[in-house]
Design a protein around this ligand. Sequence first.
Ligand code: NAD
Length: 431
Amino acid sequence: MKITVAGTGYVGLVTGTGFANLGNDVICLDIDHDKINLLSNGVMQIYEPGLEEIFQQNLKSGRIKFTTDGKKAVQESDIIFICVGTPENEREEADLTAVKEVAKTIGIHMNDYKIVVNKSTVPVGTADLVKKIITENQQTKIEFDVVSNPEFLREGAAVKDFENPDRIVIGTDSLKAEKIMASLYRSRARTDRPIMVTDILSAEIIKYASNAMLATRISFMNQLSYLCEITGADIKEVAKGMGFDNRIGPRFLQAGVGYGGSCFPKDVKALISTLKQNDCDSDLFEAVNRINAKQKSIVVKKLKSILEIRDSTIAVWGISFKPKTDDIREAPSLKIIEELQSMGAKIHACDPVAIENAKKILNDVEFFENPYEAIRDCDALIVATEWNEFRNLDLRAVKILLKNPIIIDGRNIYDPKEMRGLGFTYMGVGR
Ligand code: NAD
């Protein structure tokens, strides 16, 4: 099939590359000329395990192409995926500016029947809005369908998730679009994962409901972690005991420094806004959001209780919002570093892949790729991201390199007993 993917960020690049790799002809459209130039020349723009290799293969074979030319991108494709960003605006809603712009471009240049697929995370009702904008901008009346096909990929495992998704949700009111979408996704359905066809409005809500549920589980455990600390229980044991229950399951039950990233924070807030706009209660999600905001400060609060932060040097391991990605949007590490700096600390930050992105927004931070180098002569170490690279280090060497053997483990990656046995002043979250 001939596919256009508008937006070449984390979702667009994975989607475009993934569909090209299945044998489709893909055009990736973006308004960022530099990005398009670099991608056309084979320079990958994000870190995503496994993506680079299939990207290079498909670029070489010509199955994936890059352009800033909206007309060409619209006219040369049958299916157009909208994968542009929908960041939080000043009212804490999803900013639909880019989605509307793409819809307008599609309307202006439409030359024959197209399926327009909303893959960006957008509030319920946005498919109708896209339909309206396209219709208003059409030069002549041409038939088209707007489909909601929310994306559930996880950064760090996005290629795997594209190839083997838990489910594919297609929201449509058109039999024609349903057939074409089902045939596009047929190769992925071989993995026995369901293609769920539903109405458009439900599909749009499924995406927010899924992210809000996962965020709720994290805030749920973070709230309980305080009770564990006060009573002497261990939140990891509590999570384990809960997770054995099939009705609950073990995932997303980790207490820590809270959730970050380009999705959960903004999606929870956008859901709250949508609920309010529809005169519905939003107290549960407001609490989830509030608990998470508080949680990002927890490690600094703990450190402050045992160390004079002014004029100290603190090492922070992990900058990305989670392991296996270079994405630092809304990463807890940023808030931690900002708070420490405002209290007068010097920062040594270490991350396996996110340093380049961090350099663009963090000032007065010394960056290290090597975790041992990062901690040399530091007054304390904070673990902000649970990269595997930090799990099996030589803790005796860590103790020698640190000026004070203080570790605040914001991700509970170490065993408190072992750490105290080694002579560390060790604090996790909820343990
Ligand atoms: P991103 O910020 O990484 O990329 C967005 C891209 O869109 C940028 O390259 C930008 O230049 C481009 N763009 C902006 N306006 C454009 C326009 N008018 N025409 C063409 N391109 C334009 O965003 P992302 O992380 O890939 O997320 C995209 C959408 O997918 C968001 O709605 C997000 O909520 C959703 N989503 C993201 C993830 C994730 O893990 N990142 C997962 C699921 C869903």
